[in-house]
Design a protein around this ligand. Sequence first.
Ligand code: ZN
Length: 155
Amino acid sequence: MATAVDDELYREIILDHYRRPRHRGRVEPADADVHGHNPLCGDEVDVTLRVRAGRIEAIAFDGQGCSISLASASMMAEQVAGSSVGEARETVRRFKRMLVDGADPQSPDALGDLEALQGVRRYASRVKCAVLAWNALETGLDRAGAQGERGGADA
Ligand code: ZN
C-alpha cells in the first residue's frame, strides 16, 4: 500500500518529469515515428526511435497534453533508452500490468521512478493518459523490428 509520504514523493517525481522532460524532441533519422492520441483528455504524443543491433539506440518524444501523459512519456524514454528491444517490451508489459491490472510493483526488480505512476490507477480516466506513450513505444518497436527484418512477408 502506498502511504501519504509515498504519494507526496510520487507527485514530486511526476512534476519533475513534467517540468524537465527527458528525451524530449525527435530522433533523426528514426526507424519508427508513431503518433499517439488520447481523445478523452486531448493528449498528443509523438514517439520516435532508432534501433541498432537489437538495442534502442535513441528514443525521443514530443507532444502536448496533461502532466500525467507527458511525465509518463519522459519516464518511459528515460527507462528504455539504451535497453534491448526485449527488455523494453518487458518494461512495457510490467508497466501496463501495474497500471491496468493493478499488479503490485513491490518486488526486487521494481520499476524505479515508474512506480510514481501507480497512483494513477485509482483514476480510470488517467490510465489512458499514462499508457499513451507506452502504446506508441510498442507500435514503434513493432515497426522498427519489421523494418530490420528484410525478406519478411509484406503483409
Ligand atoms: Zn491526459
